[in-house]
Structure formats: structure tokens, C-alpha cells
Design a protein around this ligand. Structure first.
Ligand code: CA
Ligand code: CA
Length: 123
């Protein structure tokens, strides 16, 4: 990945770093894509977005997941890429910050598995 000075979105570099950290936390199988919904053509991958929504105690029914993710998944291929997340973030920076800092309890800018888990009422 190159260090581009100009991006199509207008989030600052700090926000982008946080977003990258968030993306990594969510990308459980490290394929650089976040899976959501019932994308059965892609076997073996966890439903990463639903896991995330659960951890935030947000609604995670098929209906909700699809609703939310359709807004982020610009090319509607069933996966969220970092670029898509970034584009979405540029439009919804405040909301994402709130989500992020809600999980990042020790405010180190990183989401540990422990933090995500301790935020999860379903365990
Ligand atoms: Ca993934
Ligand atoms: Ca996509």
C-alpha cells in the first residue's frame, strides 16, 4: 500500500489509521474483506459484520445487517473493502468514531479482542 497524500475521501490520516485498525479487528480471516449476510457462495468465512454488530449490541438480524451494509458495500458484492469502509466513513465520520470509541475502552486507538469481547453481551 502506498502512502497517498490525496484520497477521494476527506477523512484525516488519524481517522484513517483508526479506521484501518478497526478494519483489521473486524477482518477475522484476514482476507482484506469484511463479509456480511448470508453469502453462502463464500464458504468458510465468518459473518464478520454480524459478529461486530453483536459485539456492539446493535440489531443484527438479516434485515438490519443487509440494511446497514448495503449502505457501505458500494459495489454490492457482499463484502466490505477498506476503501468502501473509508468512503462510508468520510460521510459518517462521527458515527464511526462513536462506535469505535465505544469498544476501545482503554482509548489506545486499537481494538483488542478482549475489548470487543467484553463489549459483547451475548457471551
Ligand atoms: Ca474477512
Ligand atoms: Ca464491496
Amino acid at each position: 500500500m502506498s502512502q497517498d497524500t490525496k484520497t477521494p475521501t476527506d477523512i484525516d490520516s488519524r481517522a484513517e489509521a483508526e479506521l484501518k485498525s478497526l478494519f483489521k479487528s473486524l477482518d477475522a480471516d484476514h482476507d482484506q474483506k469484511l463479509r456480511y449476510g448470508n453469502n453462502s457462495s463464500y464458504r468458510g468465512s465468518p459473518d464478520e459484520i454480524r459478529t461486530y454488530l453483536k459485539s456492539l449490541r446493535l440489531p443484527y438480524s438479516d434485515f438490519h445487517v443487509k440494511n446497514v451494509m448495503d449502505a457501505v458495500d458500494l459495489d454490492h458484492d457482499g463484502f466490505i473493502t477498506f476503501e468502501e469502509l473509508k468512503t462510508f466513513a468520510a460521510k459518517n465520520t462521527k458515527d464511526l468514531y462513536v462506535l469505535f470509541h465505544e469498544i476501545d475502552v482503554n482509548n489506545d486507538g486499537k481494538l483488542s479482542l478482549q475489548e470487543v469481547r467484553s463489549n459483547n453481551t451475548f457471551y
